[in-house]
Write a protein that binds this ligand. Structure first.
Ligand SMILES: [Zn+2]
Ligand SMILES: [Zn+2]
Length: 391
């Protein structure tokens, strides 16, 4: 769920020092070693990127364990630059296509990263922020200066000064940058990546799973709790349908944005409302081969259709049946002006059906835009080994 207390706060850089150590051998040959050290009490993590000396990122570095070689640079002469996290051990990212900004705990090296907002998938180094690029450029310049000077010894890009400058009005160091907390900080239920995104809905930037169905589940959980407490069942049924409507609208907006289609069709799907579920479900099946009613019994479909129409009378008519409801729903068990009431059983039933429909839509959506396999398998394996060792 959204928590509004800490959004859009500046989260400081974790600090540390990027070092270049130049040595001249007896035969006059000069060599250099790049390093990163961190001695502040705040959490810190790093990833490493190959840069062209001009400050252009060209590839991620797979930092192996001790004794393991790194993957070679895609371009000879590339420099290895360490990019550090903020003080919450999260990294900022920015999408080159939509401009969206977000934070996450990791920057994948063995699979591609996904923009939470537009779904663009590319290697992680394509999502560096302006601040990270500015810092990396400063590191590249430092290496060049250190090598072109005739003195040996260590040169430093001091990110501790950057960390110290957070929240202060004093002049900031040249390569100052900080990250910013967003609105929905959530752990992806599939791969366990921690994401922090603007708004509520988005793709997990590690595995690419869309979070819509999980956000809906959290709404449905609240509704189930209200039903259990005997709260207004009509409101609960209405809220379940409304929550599904928000979820489905987000999904079809993504379809309209990401699948090439005519402007007219794009407009139609972008503005689609899910108040009348049957024609919407039929259109989803016909146009995108997404079956909202997959493995539903006819009886459940009819019940869901009724309940979606009932939302209208709970929302606008104080629960009184009108002609429109009878005409649209085909519900012949009630008459005009009659007040409809729900029970805990009918309210729970629609919550269950909404949940199933959303799962079907989400599955169909990911058949079109599959998630990344590797982070999901890694997570499943780690869960299995935890079970096996009893951790
Ligand atoms: Zn994007
Ligand atoms: Zn994920």
């Amino acid at each position: 769920m959204l928590s509004f207390e800490k959004e859009f706060q500046e989260i400081g850089h974790c600090g540390g020092q990027y070092t270049v150590d130049v040595k001249t051998a007896a035969d006059g040959r000069r060599s250099y070693q790049l390093g990163m050290r961190h001695s502040r009490p705040t959490p810190a993590s790093f990833f490493a990127v190959y840069f062209l000396p001009q400050g252009i990122p060209v590839g991620m570095i797979q930092l192996g364990g001790i004794g393991q070689a790194w993957n070679p640079a895609p371009v000879p002469g590339s420099l290895s630059i360490f990019i550090a996290s903020d003080t919450q051990s999260m990294f900022g990212h920015q999408c080159q296509r939509c401009g969206g900004y977000w934070r996450s705990r990791s920057s994948p090296v063995r699979w591609q990263m996904t923009c939470p907002y537009c779904g663009l998938r590319a290697e992680s180094h394509a999502f560096l922020t302006e601040g990270q690029l500015k810092y990396a450029k400063a590191c590249c310049e430092l290496i060049e200066q250190a090598l072109s000077s005739d003195k040996d010894g260590e040169s430093v890009v001091d990110m501790d000064k950057v960390a110290d400058a957070v929240g202060k009005d004093s002049e900031k160091p040249k390569f100052y940058y900080a990250e910013q907390s967003q609105q929905n900080k959530y752990t992806c239920p599939v791969c366990k990546e921690l994401n922090d995104i603007l708004g509520r809905y988005g793709y997990c930037s590690s595995c690419g799973t869309y979070n819509g169905v999980y956000e809906l589940e959290s709404d449905l959980k609240d509704i189930r709790d209200k039903i259990a407490k005997g709260n207004q069942y009509e409101d609960c049924a209405r809220d379940a349908v409304a929550a599904f409507d928000s979820f489905a609208r987000q999904i079809v907006k993504q379809l309209a944005k990401r699948i090439p289609m005519t402007p007219a069709r794009q407009k139609e799907w972008t503005g689609k409302l899910f108040h009348n579920i049957k024609p919407c479900a039929d259109a989803l099946k016909t146009v995108f081969d997404i079956d909202a009613f997959k493995s539903f019994k006819q009886d459940d479909i009819s019940f869901a259709v009724f309940m979606f129409h009932r939302r209208h009378i709970y929302e606008h008519n104080g629960g009184e049946v009108d002609e429109k409801y009878i005409k649209d729903s085909g519900d012949t068990s009630v008459r005009v002006k009659q007040v409809i009431r729900e029970s805990s059983q009918t309210a729970n039933r629609i919550v269950g059906l909404v949940s199933k429909m959303a799962q079907n839509i989400s599955d169909g959506f990911h058949e079109i835009f599959p998630a990344e396999d590797m982070p999901i398998k890694l997570q499943q394996n780690s869960r299995k080994s935890k079970v096996a060792t009893g951790v």
